[in-house]
Design a protein. Structure first.
Length: 283
């Protein structure tokens, strides 16, 4: 009888510890909190890989709204400020303390010639992002004639990228062109981390068999990889830019050297200039 009593006490103690551990585990799972930064005008999609998204909520919709679309949470940054976004899944809740900052992109260079606008964009943030530029082309009176967009690929943190926008309409006064730039959140992960890595990458443009190729190498051995990019401007005999192309590579610990397939010199061009080269770490 005494042995049974002792066994009963041991079983009760084990049950109590198990219940306590279970409650603690569930509480920890439901209290996952992370801080993230997104930018005004940006939309960022978050995908639940383990589990199913049940509901979404924002504590301040005027700063950052959130919606559920095709099983993903879509965060939309509306104005600068802070908001808490809660994503409820069948495995617990994810809580994000969201800080919305102003547009991180600044136009730094424009060149208007031969029916194109070339723009350079500085990324003042540490967050990676692609950028989208909208150009409103106007007539001599400043009245809008047409609107075109262009994408700047792989604008690394604290770096610059270039792209061009073409216009084929007549009656355009290029001096009246209006440019706006905004972040393209679809290109980045909500929790992704990025870091400038130019000092640890060797890159150059090589002309081989009539093609302009980006060659790059790195000694990086960590997780993730390194994006390497270069923007090339092609010019005519008068020195006018007629086209801008971007070449980029992704290097990682198992592929430390690579070369792009390259591009041919466009019609009307007689020379080229490398506008810039950049590299950033994606981990």
């Amino acid at each position: 009888m005494k042995n049974f009593s002792k066994l009963l006490k041991v079983m009760v103690a084990v049950l109590a510890i198990t219940l306590a551990f279970g409650l603690t585990g569930n509480t920890a799972q439901a209290a996952k909190k992370k801080s993230v930064t997104i930018f005004k005008g940006e939309k960022v999609a978050y995908t639940i890989f383990l589990g199913k998204l049940k509901s979404v909520k924002s504590s301040k919709k005027s700063v950052c709204s959130v919606s559920k679309e095709d099983g993903k949470a879509i965060l939309t940054a509306k104005k600068t400020g802070k908001s808490t976004v809660t994503l409820k899944t069948n495995r617990g809740s994810l809580i994000y303390k969201v800080t919305v900052k102003g547009n991180p992109f600044k136009l730094s260079y424009t060149n208007k010639s031969k029916g194109i606008v070339v723009q350079g964009v500085n990324n003042s943030s540490k967050a990676f992002n692609w950028a989208t530029v909208t150009a409103t082309f106007c007539d001599a009176a400043g009245n809008p004639v047409t609107e075109e967009t262009g994408t700047l690929w792989h604008v690394g943190p604290k770096q610059k990228a270039y792209a061009d926008i073409n216009v084929y309409k007549s009656g355009i006064d290029f001096s009246k062109t209006k440019l706006t730039v905004y972040p393209d959140g679809w290109s980045r992960g909500l929790e992704a981390k990025y870091k400038g890595y130019g000092k640890n990458v060797k890159s150059s443009i090589k002309v081989e068999s009539g093609k302009y190729k980006l060659h790059a190498s790195t000694k990086y051995k960590g997780r993730g990889g390194v994006y390497v990019a270069a923007d090339i401007a092609f010019k005519d005999a008068s020195g006018n830019i007629v086209d801008v192309n971007s070449e980029f590579l992704y290097l990682y610990k198992n592929k430390k050297v690579d070369t792009t397939t390259g591009i041919t010199m466009p019609y009307g061009a007689t020379s080229y200039e490398v506008l810039n080269k950049r590299a950033y770490l994606d981990y």
